[in-house]
Design a binder for this molecule. Structure first.
Ligand code: ADP
Length: 257
């Protein structure tokens, strides 16, 4: 029996002539952290965005909790098919929350307003309840006193921690991280990684696109090495990093370490 939270099968995606994802399989079990690593342009971000409907795959299936699969098979032609496809995308989007490379906070809203926007506007959570939960989450990442500050008054690392809190506030089943530390100054990276490690320790289910191989090695349960839009190798971090089976994995690790 598989206790997969999310199962993706045969995901394909092209942008024009650029066939970016060429049949990716991915399974994420509850409480598991899966890291996607690989060279720039290998399709990591596109795969991550496909998991929550920010990109619509051209082919493949996605299923949460072993429930009915969402099947992608080209552009829908009729209005009804388009509406059905849109409903499927919305259903997928509700299961996960994304932490972006650039935090994408609203500059004219306070930290607390940024955090409560999704729950209040999209999920119709009563404002008082959303604010209470938002303040508790900010406290957890050491930003309780910044609730009424504006994003520009925070450091990059603090902004990114707000980005994480904003995702947590949606209470998703799955957290998706798209290189959350790559735009940060080196001295700020550690804070964000330690928040992410804390979430993993608490049992959050996470898919993380990252260039932080030390982080992947110490936190991930499984690592997928993407190259040219396929999973060139997958395995437990101890195996993949110490004894890669594939020549291209070896070359990538040599280049980056
Ligand atoms: P990675 O995350 O591994 O660096 P990406 O998934 O970002 O790779 O990109 C894979 C390829 O897809 C790149 O060639 C990129 O230029 C292309 N690509 C990604 N998003 C788009 C888009 N919205 N429109 C056109 N091309 C895109």
């Amino acid at each position: 029996m598989s206790d997969a939270l999310l199962t993706a099968r045969g995901i394909h995606k092209s942008f024009g002539d650029n066939h970016v994802l060429r049949g990716i399989d991915l399974e994420v079990r509850r409480g598991q952290v899966v890291a996607l690593i690989g060279p720039s342009g290998s399709g990591k971000t596109t795969m991550l965005r496909s998991l929550n409907g920010l990109e619509t795959p051209d082919a493949g299936t996605l299923a949460f909790d072993g429930g009915p699969s969402v099947t992608f098979e080209g552009a829908p032609r009729s209005g009804r098919a388009r509406r059905a496809a849109e409903a499927r995308r919305t259903a997928l989007r509700d299961r996960s929350a994304m932490v972006f490379q650039h935090h994408n906070l609203f500059p004219h809203k306070t930290v607390l307003q940024n955090v409560t926007e999704g729950p209040v506007q999209v999920q119709r959570v009563p404002r008082a309840q959303a604010e209470e939960r938002g303040r508790a989450l900010l406290d957890r990442v050491g930003l309780a006193e910044k609730a009424d500050a504006y994003p520009r008054q925070l450091s990059g690392g603090q902004q990114q921690r707000v980005g994480i809190v904003r995702a947590l506030a949606l209470e998703p089943d799955l957290l998706l991280f798209d290189e959350p530390t790559s735009s940060l100054d080196p001295e700020l990276v550690g804070d964000v990684l330690s928040v992410m490690k804390g979430l993993a320790d608490e049992g959050w289910t996470m898919v993380v696109v990252t260039h932080e191989l030390q982080f992947a090695r110490s936190v991930a349960d499984e690592v997928l090495f993407l190259d040219g839009g396929v999973v060139a190798e997958r395995g437990a971090p101890a195996q993949l990093f110490s004894a890669p089976r594939e020549e291209r994995t070896r070359q990538f690790l040599h280049r980056i370490l």
